[in-house]
Design a protein around this ligand. Structure first.
Ligand code: ACO
Length: 334
């Protein structure tokens, strides 16, 4: 990004639904136990939408907080990018629904579909528009209502997922700060390992597709696990190298929140102490594209990020996809 306008995250906001689904609740629904879930995943509870809530409702709450904290009006937004695999509907995009609800009249709006890596794909895209000078303020929201596509009769998946939204307002920052590097990747050959098979043009909704439970998340957990550990390490290595930063200089790692064992593998590999890694999956489970921005928002709220800190965001997900970004954090704006 040399020679271009430096771009950073000016503010964040997050929202999770009120309803809590605990491991004890899941014990009543499928053949599982709190002990199995905690030892295999680290998850203790997750938040679940009400029947009336859709992704744009969660996104709206997170977006309003981010805009208020930055003191930027919705009318001043140039673009809205929503990362989600659980849009309100196939079209119009959830970004357009959010644009209308916020009253962000001049903002272009579109969705990004990169599953759990969606927020990273979103900020990498957004930052190009600001770095080039075309736009000033871009709102990126990672939001999921995964409970709506989770099969609560399938213990392999239903213990993992939760609902939530995290928003970040991107804009210009002083030289030397903001995003220092990005790494994005995809391996479409792994698509079948993690998918929602029906509801698109391959298998349109029919009574047969519903009977076969094809509208729910289907996942090969073991294979996704191995892939996740590999790409989290590789993507983190890549952003460190591109930014010319050593792993000892990392002040905070904000990883995708899928499984504590995946995060622990990264902690071990990079020799990070626990206070340098954000973990909130015990309370929220895997919220896919919302996991990283919610974790980042909570870290900021807890005062875990200071001026000049080196912050690494890293994630992986369906697609298969992966991504990472390294920021030199600033609370200054230009
Ligand atoms: N309760 C009790 N037993 C269970 C449960 C459960 N909830 N789920 C699976 N089991 C059983 C399995 O049936 C299996 O039994 P079997 O040996 O009799 O067949 C046994 O536990 C072991 O299953 P494994 O799959 O080997 O368990 P593993 O240790 O791999 O943990 C898990 C499974 C938690 C799913 C893990 O593989 C994982 O986290 N994978 C990554 C998932 C992930 O990150 N997904 C990302 C999604 S990102 C996105 O884009 C949405």
């Amino acid at each position: 990004m040399r020679g271009m306008q430096p771009v950073g995250i000016l503010s964040t906001g997050s929202y999770v639904p009120e309803r809590v689904l605990t491991n004890a609740d899941l014990e009543q629904m499928v053949d599982t136990s709190d002990e199995w879930i905690v030892t295999r995943t680290g998850i203790r509870e997750r938040r679940i939408c009400s029947p009336e809530q859709a992704s744009s409702d969660l996104a709206y709450e997170a977006a309003v907080k981010a805009l208020q904290r930055a003191n930027v009006a919705a009318e001043d937004l140039d673009m809205i990018i929503v990362a989600t695999v659980t849009p309100d509907m196939l079209f119009p995009s959830t970004a357009c629904l959010l644009q209308d609800r916020l009253g962000a009249k001049k903002a272009a709006a579109f969705d990004v579909s990169a599953a759990c890596t969606g927020f990273l794909y979103g900020i990498a895209t957004a930052s190009q528009f600001i770095a080039s000078g075309l736009y000033r303020y871009v709102l990126v929201v990672g939001v999921e209502a995964l409970s709506k596509i989770t099969d609560y009769t399938n213990r392999n998946t239903c213990v993992l997922f939760g609902d939530g939204a995290g928003a970040a307002l991107l804009g210009p920052v002083p030289d030397g700060y903001g995003f220092q590097s990005f790494e994005l990747g995809a391996d479409g050959s792994g698509g079948p390992l993690l998918q929602q098979p029906a509801g698109g043009s391959r298998i349109p909704a029919s009574s047969e597709s519903v009977e076969k439970r094809l509208h729910y998340i289907s996942m090969n957990g073991g294979e996704v696990f191995k892939f996740a550990v590999r790409v989290m390490n590789a993507a983190t290595d890549a952003v460190l190298e591109k930014a010319g930063v050593s792993k000892e200089e990392v002040d905070l790692l904000v990883p995708h929140q899928a499984n504590l064992r995946i995060i622990d593998a990264a902690i071990k590999r990079f020799g990070l102490s626990e206070e340098k890694v954000v973990v909130n999956l015990d309370r929220y489970g895997n919220m896919s594209s919302a996991s990283i921005p919610v974790a980042l928002d909570e870290a900021l709220e807890a005062g875990r990020i200071s001026e000049g800190d080196t912050v690494v965001l890293v994630g992986f997900g369906g697609g298969l996809t992966w991504g990472a970004s390294l920021l030199k954090w600033t609370f200054q704006r230009v």
